[in-house]
Write a new protein. Sequence first.
Length: 316
Amino acid sequence: MSDWITLDCTGTPHCRHENGFAALDGKFYLFGGRRIQPVDIFDPDTNTWTSAAPPPMEIHHFQPVIVGREIWLLGTMTGEFPRETPLETVYIYQPDSDTWREGPRIPQARRRGAAGCALHTDGWIYVVGGIIDGHHSGTQAWFDRINPETGEWQVLPDAPNKRDHAPCAIVADKLYFFGGRETGRHNGQDYNALFFATIGDVDVYDFKTGTWSVHDEPLPVETAAGGTGVIDGKIHYVGGEAGRMEAFVEMQIFDTITETWRMGPSLNRARHGTNCCVYDRKLWIAAGSGARGGEPELTSIECIEISETPYKKRPG
């Protein structure tokens, strides 16, 4: 495995954090985050940034999901710290037409932000964790799924841990929910304390049995709001924030075959509050914040080539 490379680019994206970053058809889309800003589009073949249409409202704290030729946003919030509001509907960006639209309505009792989201090969989007009242209170262990074709919403068994600001990843027949924190633990009493409420447990949902478990090996370095990407059956969790002022540079790698964590090469720039893209056997990360909270907001992009043994599904 090589080291992270910070790219020299033509053009500059808008600085942002608590944003989305997603790859579709050979282009990367950087969007959302605090304030209403244009979508920034990165071409990895030319290292060029261009801009596109902004969303119709402020959107932040989400893990984007690719559905066909659209980018779906669930578990999304709007508004200002610390009482941000979960969105009532799914928001969808359509790169082909550079337009935004509202998707299915989310049941009122299941609305939250900063949730983990992932698309399964069964065609459903799975949504786990999140918080219902911004950074104030109401961290949840909720687990749901939505059918993008019909808009049907189903409530599933809760995860073992309440957590928000946490990604999830699906590999083969399991969903892994890791990192993050229980922001709502302080119930609005101490907003500084929320950064220290990180979660080490790795929650694992088995699609074959329909049951949750907690993995024997916890996350080695506890952080929230890191980016994640899966290559060769390995989950790469990058950066994040916790109690210290500086964001994190660590890349933590979970091998779903050996079921063990190890450390990978560190980022060149500490960052949190953004996602990762996977493209051309590389992991890419852009924007985010260099310290806990919102400042400084970043515009740089880094990538690392992953050259390891291809993933082979475990027997049985």
